[in-house]
Design a protein around this ligand. Structure first.
Ligand code: GLN
Length: 194
């Protein structure tokens, strides 16, 4: 059984933990460096990226997570988690930092304003089966994709909402809230291969 963590500083930790244990993983809630050291992969949940950023620094987790990314630990970020994996962000709060690792620019709250949440069906050629029913909640957008990064899902107008690069996976939307298990399955396959 793969032993994987969910970063449990803030956000929809429980939803991710449930999907991962449904898929047969041993799930550890990670708040401390020692807990991170005991897992083979890490999920960064949806929530509020600026809060998770601040708490990760307060808990001494920023550098250990950056080191784990540099060492090739597989990670999957949804929404706020995608923001935290981006090398560059726009519209962050003052002083907001990320862990980085994905050579992308992510615009925070890209759909903000009047309509902050929406749902749509996405074609994701990488995943077998029906389209992905994707829920976007104050979601970010990937507005620039570096050369080593694969776009795995876009909206009908071409705007990028899911990317993969090496052992890192990120989605603007929240598969963990809709019973969609295929992204977590892909993450666990990466963990098994690592
Ligand atoms: N807007 C949030 C942020 O900036 C992300 C929202 C979410 O994770 N659903 O982190």
């Amino acid at each position: 059984r793969p032993r994987v963590g969910v970063l449990a500083l803030q956000g929809d930790v429980r939803e991710h933990a449930r999907v991962l244990s449904d898929l047969g993983a041993d799930v550890i809630l990670v708040r401390r460096p020692a807990e991170l050291a005991g897992v083979q992969g890490l999920v960064l949940p949806g929530g509020e990226s600026s809060v998770i950023d601040k708490l990760s620094r307060a808990f001494g987790m920023q550098q250990p997570i950056r080191d784990a990314i540099a060492a090739g630990m597989p990670m999957y970020g949804t929404c706020a988690g995608l923001i935290l994996l981006a090398d560059r962000i726009t519209d962050g709060i003052a002083g907001q930092e990320t862990f980085g690792g994905l050579d992308v620019t992510v615009q925070r709250n890209a759909f903000g304003g009047q309509v902050e949440s929406f749902e749509t069906d996405l074609d994701v050629p990488l995943l077998e089966g029906p389209p992905v029913h994707a829920v976007f909640i104050r979601a970010p957008l990937v507005i620039d994709v570096g050369p080593g990064v694969e776009t795995i899902a876009s909206l009908d107008d071409g705007r990028v909402v899911a990317v993969r690069s090496g052992a890192l996976l990120g989605t603007s939307f929240h598969p963990e809230v809709t019973g969609e298990h295929r992204f977590h399955h892909l993450f666990l396959e990466t963990v098994r291969a690592a």
